[in-house]
Design a protein around this ligand. Structure first.
Ligand code: PLP
Length: 361
């Protein structure tokens, strides 16, 4: 048993993938070609967003979004410290300062009630993360951003296909940033990312930023990046996008089985906000004594992951960074543990994992 098994999904679509990839290889068009165009259009329709810009990774999507909003030195961006490192790394990479807000311990997402007191003259944006496949309180966050004339960027790396109220994640904020890292809800076979955007001017800046600051040959209006989605990854994503609802339903089925089978007062199952569709990029439980549970799982050879073992401000990279400890994030990062979850995880494995958890004392 593995925490993720990506080979199963590949086997399911092997013939289609080999056919598409080989078509790309013999076409001679490898970068920003027809497959990328088709993907950007179809993903935009799926997410219900006006403009889409594919790029090389979720990290690049975040960095370029901040740049397109002209966020840089001396600016501050409010975000969550309970996320993958790339979220705040992107803020630091553009020269801005991440300001960390505490989380809601039930949803693991940034707590909108903690935002307003962190807003200063230097604040330019709120960067919220729809963690583990569950949307933040996106309407409240967008409302606060509008009230203070801030941009709202959604980090949707883990929430492709998740919804909040009536809309997809990535369509609430001014900008949505997605990752197609292989373990994500929609994963390619390498690195890939996407930006969704509402404003035409920002869209045009993003198109330039991803290709060295200009769209035409020998045009460089700004210092940009080399951050293009390649045709091979786009061809694979075009195949997988057609099946995304099925993959997500299967993730939810796996989660439903865990909810049905795990019966142990010592284990707190993930809270689901009734306002949204949680797509379970992770199934993250909480337990008082995580070390003890880890020992128990290891003994029974159950794989697991710790997402995330500490708040971002406790990593060495932020050693000189002054930030008060945030009580909820401190607590949750000591208690969280993620169980295996992927669309092809079999019921017999879910039963084994659940019964080992039920025997935990
Ligand atoms: C919340 C979050 N943000 C950003 C990223 C970065 O995405 P990528 O790995 O595609 O650069 C990830 C990837 O794991 C993520 O989980």
């Amino acid at each position: 048993m593995k925490t993720f098994d990506l080979t199963k999904q590949y086997k399911m679509f092997e013939k289609d993938i080999i056919r598409s990839v080989s078509k790309v290889l013999s076409s001679g068009s490898y970068i920003l070609g027809e497959n990328v165009k088709i993907f950007e259009e179809s993903v935009g329709k799926y997410l219900g967003t006006r403009y889409t810009v594919s790029c090389n990774s979720g990290t690049d999507a975040l960095v370029m979004s901040l740049r397109a909003l002209n966020i840089g030195n001396n600016d501050q961006v409010i975000t969550t410290p309970f996320t993958y490192f790339a979220t705040s790394e992107a803020i630091s990479l553009v020269g801005a300062k991440p300001i960390f807000a505490d989380i809601n311990p039930h949803t693991f997402n940034i707590n909108p009630k903690k935002l307003e007191k962190l807003i200063s003259k230097k604040t330019r944006a709120i960067l919220s993360v729809n963690l583990f496949g569950q949307a933040c309180e996106l309407d409240n966050i967008s409302r606060i951003a509008k009230k203070y004339n801030l941009s709202h960027i959604e980090d949707c790396a883990q929430s492709f296909g998740s919804t909040y109220k009536t809309k997809q994640t990535g369509s609430y904020g001014d900008i949505g940033c997605f990752s197609f890292f292989p373990t994500k809800n929609l994963g390619c076979f390498g690195d890939g990312g996407l930006i969704t955007v509402k404003n035409k001017k920002i869209y045009e800046s993003l198109l330039k930023l991803r290709t060295h600051g200009g769209i035409k040959r020998n045009q460089h209006d700004m210092i940009g990046y080399n951050s293009r989605l390649d045709e091979i990854q786009a061809a694979i994503l075009n195949i997988k996008l057609k099946h995304i609802n099925k993959f997500i339903d299967k993730r939810i089925d796996v989660a439903e089985s865990y909810y049905r089978l795990i019966k142990n007062d010592k284990i707190r199952l993930p809270f689901r906000d009734i306002n949204g569709k949680h797509t379970f990029n992770q199934f993250t439980i909480r337990v008082e004594n995580r070390k003890k549970l880890e020992k128990h799982l290891k003994k029974h050879m159950i794989p697991y992951g710790i997402y995330y073992p500490k708040p971002i401000y406790k990593y060495k990279a932020y050693a000189n960074f002054k930030c008060d400890d945030l009580p909820m994030v401190e607590k949750v990062s000591n208690q969280c543990l993620s169980l295996p979850i992927y669309p092809e995880l079999e019921l017999k494995d879910i039963e084994t994992i659940s019964s080992v958890l039920n025997n935990y004392e």
